[in-house]
Design a protein around this ligand. Structure first.
Ligand SMILES: [Zn+2]
Ligand SMILES: [Zn+2]
Ligand SMILES: [Zn+2]
Length: 615
């Protein structure tokens, strides 16, 4: 700590000697990595309460537009066009702040977050010391002598109002000991805050608003971002390791079940674009600048997420450097680049599929079936990668049954049937209502037929493809109120006068839909619609009844921490990773894992706290 302050002071002296700030402003040195410490007892600077107009903000993309006084970091930067990238970064962190922005000294009002055990420890220690050193004092009356902020963590010094007692400095937070690094030890609460924020839609700015509203002095935005980047790296790493472990787990499960190919898995794939709309009026291609795709295994009942791929076009560091005149070519062309796709390139589910297939292959596994919704490009990506490595290997695309039936519903509801098909429909609105009811019934009926056939064929619909033409015939006749073929071929209608599909279906009988009067064109159209579910090809695509319905909510739950209207350029993949960890491990286990990794990296001091999950 002493070394840190010494550096700080030397820095101040150096800056004032050079006279670049003309004595009108104070230069804040680049904060340490633990969240910008400010002290009321040493230099009277509260970084948290200083607002710099146009200060750099990665989320707003305003980096580089900072208007600062003469002698600012940007000017220094302009004078040194050959500066290395790291120097540019450190220069950027220095900001010139007018003196009038500084708050009054020793403002101890408001709330502070402190560790309970440390608080009790401190109270006992203060009373013992006071009694030992100032036995003559009639009664202790404490007041705060000074406080120091370390992100969300606090250190306090107290004194007695009556005698001259002054306590030593107490740290009211848990530390992560860093013997190999200079500077104060990082506080655990700052790490915890960032790892929790990855699971919420809030970034540093909104967190600061929240804390200010609660009357808690918020950490500096810069310090929060620095910690967030560190945590983000760890979380991404953790998710990769976790997905690899899950693949091993699936392999072991398949082996235990006596599967002769434990290294072959089936996956369901879905992608999500980080934009509210799809097309854009300004940009070429899609509106989204970020997209990700996940693959979920279908071989165990846990359905773990086993691979992810992220495409990110955004890199605010690169944008800022380009704005400053540096020749930086993204993606990946400089240190710490977050973009992995050129700004004009379209997002490709095919490429993401390839990347995921590669990840799975690197763990010694191969994909056999890839279940996708209407878009088959991810499956094509899987196939492209696998067939290149093993020419005789083919990844087969399977259709999602739920998605297929909703496509069938849409087709039926948009079909142009003849006017006479619904004899009691006199207006366009009547016609549309009846067509909607019919569409719902067709979807329900096809689902019921497939379910029944699945039972008959012991789970493989390809065994019953020979029955399809007769089923379609009977179904068309049934809709025209001719139940003569129903008992033998319709699968779901008994053909009984009082108990048939019309009386059982909640869309037909209860809504008093009259029997359909289909002409030849209508019959052909209806047969085509039925064939969307009832055909050899459809049976092939849905023969194992796989769906992406579990993939969708899990990918949708990313919406909690990755709202579609916000771009988290830097920590995008960490936010996806955090959702994957939450899904694969559960919330309690994942926070333990995240904390363990914080402790692993820097050897820990004994923690007296009993964690809720350790009992
Ligand atoms: Zn006293
Ligand atoms: Zn970049
Ligand atoms: Zn019938």
């Amino acid at each position: 700590m002493k070394g840190y302050r010494k550096r700080k002071e030397t820095f101040f002296k150096r800056k004032s000697k050079s006279g670049t700030n003309r004595g009108k402003s104070v230069v804040i040195p680049p904060g340490d990595q633990h969240g910008g410490e400010a002290s009321t007892s040493g230099l009277e600077i509260h970084e948290d309460s200083i607002s710099i107009p146009g200060s750099s903000d990665p989320t707003s993309g305003a980096a580089g537009q900072t208007t600062l006084e003469q002698g600012s970091a940007l000017e220094v930067l302009h004078q040194q066009p050959t500066t290395s990238y790291n120097t540019v970064r450190s220069l950027r962190a220095r900001k010139v702040v007018p003196k009038k922005c500084l708050p009054a000294r020793n403002v101890f009002e408001g709330m502070r977050i402190v560790n309970n055990f440390k608080l009790v420890e401190m109270m006992n220690s203060i009373y013992q010391l006071h009694d030992a050193q100032h036995a003559a004092c009639p009664g202790i009356q404490l007041e705060i002598a000074s406080e120091k902020k370390q992100g969300m963590a606090w250190r306090f010094v107290y004194r007695c109002k009556i005698c001259k007692f002054k306590s030593p400095e107490y740290k009211l937070f848990m530390e992560i000991e860093q013997s190999h690094k200079p500077g104060p030890n990082p506080a655990l609460i700052n790490r915890d805050l960032q790892s929790v924020l990855l699971d919420t839609p809030m970034g540093p700015t909104r967190t600061r608003v929240l804390l200010s509203g609660l009357d808690i002095p918020p950490p500096t935005a810069t310090g929060m971002r620095r910690t967030a980047n560190k945590v983000a790296e760890q979380v991404t790493q953790l998710a990769t390791e976790d997905m690899n472990e899950r693949l091993e787990e699936v392999k072991a499960t398949k082996l235990a079940r006596g599967d002769n190919r434990p290294d072959v898995i089936d996956v369901s794939v879905d992608a999500r674009y980080n934009a509210i709309g799809f097309g854009s009026t300004k940009k070429p291609g899609q509106r989204a600048s970020q997209a990700y795709s996940i693959a979920m295994e279908k071989n165990t009942e846990m359905e773990y997420i086993v691979a992810m791929a992220v495409e990110n076009k955004l890199c605010w560091t690169g944008a800022w450097l380009r704005g400053e005149g540096y020749e930086v070519q993204c993606p990946g062309g400089h240190e710490g680049c977050t973009a992995n796709l050129a700004a004009v390139a379209p997002h490709s589910e095919f490429e993401m599929g390839k990347a995921m297939a590669e990840n799975i292959f690197m763990k010694g596994m191969l994909v056999r079936y890839a279940v996708t919704d209407g878009d088959a490009k991810s499956a094509a990506g899987f196939n492209s990668f696998c067939s290149k490595l093993i020419p005789q290997w083919k990844v087969t695309r399977m259709a999602d049954t739920v998605h297929l039936s909703s496509t069938q519903f849409k087709h039926c509801n948009n079909a142009v049937f003849s006017r006479d098909m619904f004899p009691d429909a006199s207006t366009k609105a009547d016609y549309n209502t009846r067509r909607l009811l019919l569409s719902k019934d067709v979807r329900a009926r096809c689902n019921a037929i497939c379910k029944e056939l699945m039972n008959i064929s012991n789970g493989d619909l390809t065994h019953v493809t020979c029955k399809i033409p007769r089923i379609i015939d009977a179904t068309l006749a049934c809709y025209a109120d001719d139940h003569s073929k129903c008992l033998l071929d319709s699968v779901v209608c008994t053909g009984d006068v009082t108990d048939n599909w019309w009386t059982r279906s909640k869309f037909l009988g209860p809504n008093q839909l009259p029997p359909l009067q289909m002409n030849e064109t209508d019959k052909k159209l209806m047969a085509d619609i039925l064939k969307m579910r009832l055909s050899e090809q459809a049976f092939q695509l849905t023969r194992y009844g796989y769906t992406t319905q579990k993939t969708k909510p899990s990918i949708g739950s990313c919406g909690v921490n990755l709202p579609k209207n916000v771009n988290y350029s830097r920590n995008f993949s960490a936010r996806v990773s955090s959702t994957i960890l939450k899904y694969n491990c559960g919330i309690a286990r994942i926070y333990k894992k995240k904390r363990d990794i914080a402790y692993q990296e820097e050897s820990t001091i004994p923690c007296r706290r009993t964690l809720p999950w350790t009992g």
